[in-house]
Design a protein around this ligand. Structure first.
Ligand SMILES: [Zn+2]
Length: 287
């Protein structure tokens, strides 16, 4: 009898313990889904959407948004989404956007890069727009406008949260400025893949990408980079988790520069931007 009662207690405890989780999941499942391309855009969108939407990024952590292909499950999930927010013109969007829209013709699409002053290259606009605080303000404004269009009854709420995000962006920008506009801060840096083009423009820095048009550097390019390292007094080489770091290590060995891992595709947008700025500021270099 005692044994039987204790089983009943355990079953009841399990039942009670599971209840809140179940309720939480149901609420989350009922929220409309906003699909975005990359994790930093999920960060900006969640900051403004608050609890009103579930935000999902289509390019998963650790994948390159230049080359990612969506899974069949993602294509199905897209048809059930409330809207798609694109970052602008990153490789995945160039290749897949038309097909995604053909698959879900009624899905509203918002371009969060609208109004950005693009760096133009041979193939079009430089796509890494989100690594700039100047651009982040425009992206935040575009997200807020999109959410107010989708759900006009909560306009005041979205605008209020946009202003809070703007404060985070402004704080990030002033910290970067105070670090990078010191006369003794590094003016030039090496990076494997040119994800900091707009960051460099914001603060008057010179970004030297190791790869050439998305490909491994040729021996002639490596030689030219070694010379530039001496000439422009480069101390730092940024590497990103999605890319091979052998060439960066080769250059670091031959020039005495330091390799600093950064992840511009991280959800944690603010700390990645600040990490890059700190690496280039003299007091943070162990020279
Ligand atoms: Zn990229």
């Amino acid at each position: 009898m005692i044994k039987r009662n204790s089983w009943l207690v355990i079953v009841l405890l399990l039942f009670v313990a599971c209840q809140p989780n179940k309720q939480k999941n149901e609420v989350q499942e009922n929220r409309p889904i906003l699909m975005v391309t990359i994790e930093p855009l999920r960060y900006f969108t969640e900051a403004i959407a608050g609890p009103r939407f579930t935000v999902e990024s289509i390019v998963p952590r650790g994948s390159s948004p230049e080359t990612y292909d969506p899974t069949p499950a993602q294509l199905l999930a897209l048809a059930d989404s409330r809207a798609y927010l694109r970052i602008g013109s990153i490789g995945f969007e160039q290749v897949w956007m038309d097909r995604l829209m053909a698959n879900a013709p009624d899905l509203p699409v918002f371009n969060t890069s609208q109004g950005i002053d693009f760096i133009l290259e041979d193939e079009g606009a430089e796509p890494h727009v989100w690594t700039s605080t100047v651009n982040a303000r425009i992206i935040a404004d575009n997200i807020a406008t999109a959410l107010c269009t989708l759900d006009s009854t909560h306009t005041a709420e979205y605008l209020h949260r946009r202003d809070s995000l703007m404060a985070v962006i402004a704080q990030t920008d002033s910290l970067c400025r105070s670090l990078l506009l010191r006369p003794d801060a590094d003016r030039t840096f090496l990076i494997y893949h040119p994800a900091l083009s707009y960051f460099a423009r914001d603060y008057g820095l010179h970004q030297l990408p190791i790869e050439e048009a998305g490909k491994e550097p040729t021996p002639a390019r490596l030689k030219a980079l070694l010379d530039l390292c001496q000439k422009e007094k480069v101390n730092i080489i940024f590497v990103q988790p999605e890319f091979d770091r052998r060439n960066a290590e080769l250059i670091a060995r031959q020039t005495g520069t330091r390799i600093i891992p950064i992840n511009p595709l991280s959800y944690d947008w603010q700390s990645e931007i600040i990490k890059a700025a700190k690496a280039l500021a003299p007091n943070n270099n162990s020279k």
